[in-house]
Design a protein around this ligand. Sequence first.
Ligand code: T3D
Length: 263
Amino acid sequence: MSYENIRYESAGGIARLTLNRPDRLNSFNDAMHAELRDALARVRADTTARVLLLTGAGRGFCAGQDLSDRAVAPGGAAVDLGASIDRNYKPLVLALRTLPVPTVCAVNGVAAGAGANLALACDIVVAAKSASFVQAFCRIGLVPDSGGTYFLPRLVGTARALGLAMLGDKLPAEQAAQWGLIWKAVDDAGFAAEVEALLAHLSTAPTRGLVATRDAIHASSQATLAEQLDRERDLQRDLGYGDDYREGVAAFTAKRAPRFTGR
Ligand code: T3D
């Protein structure tokens, strides 16, 4: 499939996916969703990829659903938004959360509506200080979707989740980091270099161990302590037979840098 609404490349262990409708602040349309599905399937099948970068082209990260596809003429039939979520947004969020490699979202500018929550579906979210997060749904009479009602209270607590979701204010990147919504806000001047350093690190990290860590941390909110201890035991047992654990211990013992293969 050729892409018109996104850019995708994979090289040096890094898969890079860029939302690419900058004149519409990279808002989603059906064609972009289809391309994203295709690209994420490629990442999943790419045995050389060790990390995924998700970012946006131009001044924004993503403004959520393209609302020009949602305008209804007086008396016209309304669009079935539930069908849109089943077809596009739910598979997108679940595909990101279950990728076999760590995911980094570099929020280069405003992230609004489903665009904000797409970012929150990634493992590590780094934002330029000029970026912001907007739960814009309440401005058009909707609820936060694409995992918004799931991610927000878990990340920032009920009071802040409700404030963000019911008021729809722009949350500046620095405050988002202070609140624990994202990992880090970085000066615009150093943003690209910081993202590249993160990608270089993750592309040579013990990939299976990191993905198992993500899965365990996500599972913990539904688990008892005993269940979580059992989960950690099972993952540790599995990883303990892996190449990266063997390499990590060998490198530590030999006082050299490890050469992880992601296996
Ligand atoms: O529908 C379904 O399938 C259900 C799922 C829904 C998921 C959702 O995401 S619903 C929420 C949809 N998104 C929004 O409501 C956000 C709308 N946009 C904004 O609130 C603001 O544009 C931003 C806060 C994102 C950025 O503000 P600002 O001042 O930096 O930029 P701007 O001037 O508002 O926008 C720049 C241009 O992008 C402008 O076009 P123009 O005037 O230059 O021709 C604006 O219309 C366009 N744009 C921004 N967001 C969207 C958009 N065009 C279409 N759809 C958008 N979502």
